[in-house]
Design a protein around this ligand. Structure first.
Ligand code: FES
Length: 576
């Protein structure tokens, strides 16, 4: 890939550049002597707690780059928080923003003639997008994570026994429990006040922390950078660990430039395998499938959904983090962070140790002094590989079958199905809102399989997350008795018996469009199949009767209109 930045200061338009620089508040003689133009690509907004600390970090980075003799230039991008969009008509903007963000960062980097790039972003899609412009431009660079939210506590059950580990998931489930009359108004208010004392991403192994884990495990973030708390509380400055990471990241960038190590030297195939292995060991979100495939495409590394299944199925679950476990992400940070998990995996022969990282050292060198979980002071946040929370093959599985001829994802998060499979009666909905109304009215009972279709990348468009449905099921005590299948997605907060990413999606003529109320649906993790229990002839007859799916009304020139025209299926990572 060509370096589009090299000719900026050597061409004949220095006079014009001086005018531009002076007008923008830079001293031209200093700018012309800068040793590097560093794109500080940041998804800042004051609209939500996921990314509201990003500007403070970006400013810190600009100063740190200046102290090294460089020029840090801010490049912004839209930061969509799933917390603000999930369950609303604007939910499609979440996934669409991933690629939009990467495009903004690429554009700003080249337009400002950057040499290096540091990306600062939290939340789900912004975190996913962080690696995309680095892989795409191959500019020297790395990722800084703004941090996750600190957990909270309350003094009533069932939450009191969780101790200081409550997260946004607990509030959401509490809210559904209140609706179902299982807790009081006062208890819900208490949860609301306590679960999230400050800024930061959703505080456990949900999608944002899954993606920060991917960034660290793939080698593009400094060690222990994926798990720090964003701040001390909403009124405090950013956490000291974030400050230290930011300053160390500037040092690392200059070292990478000196050593000539670029993102594609780091994000090689083995590094992708390491990232998937680590995310599986920690119980990462199903969204990692979409995002890892998209990042691999940017890095020009051949990587498929079946590769991810093959890698993931060998990995035991060893991190005791929500949503499958007990602890918040900050608890992992306190015992040493992602390096402790990776040390355990490396010792078990599950990681490649000789891959390069942004420290300028290999992964094995980075982990040399990191203790194994069994050698830490007594703790139960990270388990030894030999004594895992769940054996391999019990987290996310890629299934296929008559309902998903291409693929779909089953998320069990370490649980096993009682009869080895789930067999239930279909209740079919053409929107998340219709499914929600049915659950609230008591129209969904144990033994049902909720089918939500036409909410895929093209159908919705933007493949929204069905998290509020899964929260309702959990809050009503139906999480173990009702399955949910969809061509949409799930949030990392979601847990239960969940099948998402069904491909082809309904809007593309997938057989999910042929399901009828009362049909029997069979989910079998062992055979890795999702089937509609009707004869092939019956299915073929129903498919022949399917008309052209009616798509939601979206303006052609809008972001979602363009997204609908360009997006690939979830099987390929929803890349554009
Ligand atoms: Fe932003 Fe969860 S909504 S990290």
């Amino acid at each position: 890939m060509s370096d589009k930045s090299v000719s900026y200061w050597s061409d004949t338009r220095q006079g014009l550049r001086a005018v531009e620089l002076r007008a923008a508040g830079f001293e031209p003689s200093e700018a012309v002597n800068t040793n590097a133009v560093v794109t500080i690509a940041n998804a800042y907004t004051n609209a939500h707690r996921c990314n509201n600390r990003v500007r403070r970090i970006a400013d810190l980075l600009v100063d740190a780059v200046a102290s090294k003799g460089g020029q840090g230039l801010l490049v912004g991008a839209p930061a969509v928080s799933d917390a603000l969009t999930q369950g609303t008509v604007n939910a499609g903007y979440s996934l669409a923003s991933r690629d939009l963000m990467a495009d903004c960062m690429e554009t700003g980097h080249y337009a400002h003639h950057g040499n290096g790039m540091i990306v600062v972003s939290g939340c789900d899609k912004t975190g996913a997008a962080a690696l995309m412009p680095l892989a795409r431009t191959n500019a020297f660079g790395l990722v800084v994570y703004p941090g996750t939210s600190s957990p909270g506590r309350v003094d009533f059950e069932p939450w009191a026994s969780k101790g200081n580990n409550l997260t946004i998931m607990d509030y959401m489930e509490g809210s559904a429990a209140r609706e179902a009359g299982r807790i009081s108004d006062d208890e819900l208010t208490s949860l609301q006040r306590c679960v999230m004392p400050g800024s930061g991403t959703c505080g456990a192994m949900f999608t944002a922390n899954t993606m920060s884990t991917i960034a660290e495990a793939i080698g593009m973030m400094l060690p222990r950078g994926a798990s720090h708390p964003a701040d001390y509380d909403a009124g405090s400055d950013i956490h000291d660990d974030v400050k230290n990471q930011a300053l160390a990241s500037v040092e690392a960038l200059y070292r990478l430039m000196e050593m000539g190590i670029r993102p594609r030297d780091i994000m090689v195939r083995e590094a992708f395998e390491n990232a998937v292995t680590t995310a599986y060991a920690m119980g990462g979100s199903t969204n990692l499938y979409l995002h890892v495939l998209a990042i691999a495409r940017e890095a020009d590394v051949p990587f498929t959904i079946e590769d991810m299944q093959r890698i993931g199925e060998r990995v035991p679950l060893i991190a005791n983090l929500q949503p499958h476990g007990a602890y918040a992400m900050v608890s992992l940070h306190q015992v040493g962070g992602v390096p402790v998990v990776m040390k355990a995996l490396l010792e078990a022969g599950l990681l490649y140790g000789d891959v390069m990282t942004v420290t300028g050292k290999t992964l094995a060198e980075n982990l040399a002094e990191v203790p194994l979980p069994e050698n830490l002071p007594e703790q139960d946040v990270v388990f030894p590989v030999a004594r895992p929370l769940a054996a391999p093959g019990n987290h996310i599985s890629v299934l296929s079958g008559s309902l998903a001829p291409e693929s779909c994802l089953l998320k069990l998060s370490g649980k096993t199905l009682e009869d080895g499979e789930f067999r239930g009666k279909a209740k079919v909905f053409d929107s998340e809102q219709a499914a929600m109304a049915a659950i609230r009215e008591g129209g969904v009972i144990a033994g049902d399989v909720i089918v939500v279709r036409h909410v895929g990348p093209v159908g919705a468009p933007g493949m929204p997350e069905m998290v509020h449905l899964t929260i309702q099921l959990q809050g009503r005590g139906l999480g173990k008795d009702v399955a949910l299948i969809t061509d949409g997605r799930f949030s990392g907060v979601s847990h239960g018996i969940l099948v998402g990413h069904i491909c082809p999606e309904g809007a593309k003529g997938g057989p999910i469009g042929a399901v009828r109320d009362g049909d029997t649906i069979v989910i079998n993790p062992k055979t890795r199949r999702l089937d509609l229990d009707i004869t092939p002839d019956e299915l073929a007859a129903r498919m022949a009767q399917l008309g052209t799916p009616v798509l939601s009304d979206v303006a052609k020139g809008s972001v979602l209109g363009k997204y609908r025209r360009l997006v690939s299926s979830a099987h390929y990572g929803c890349v554009l």
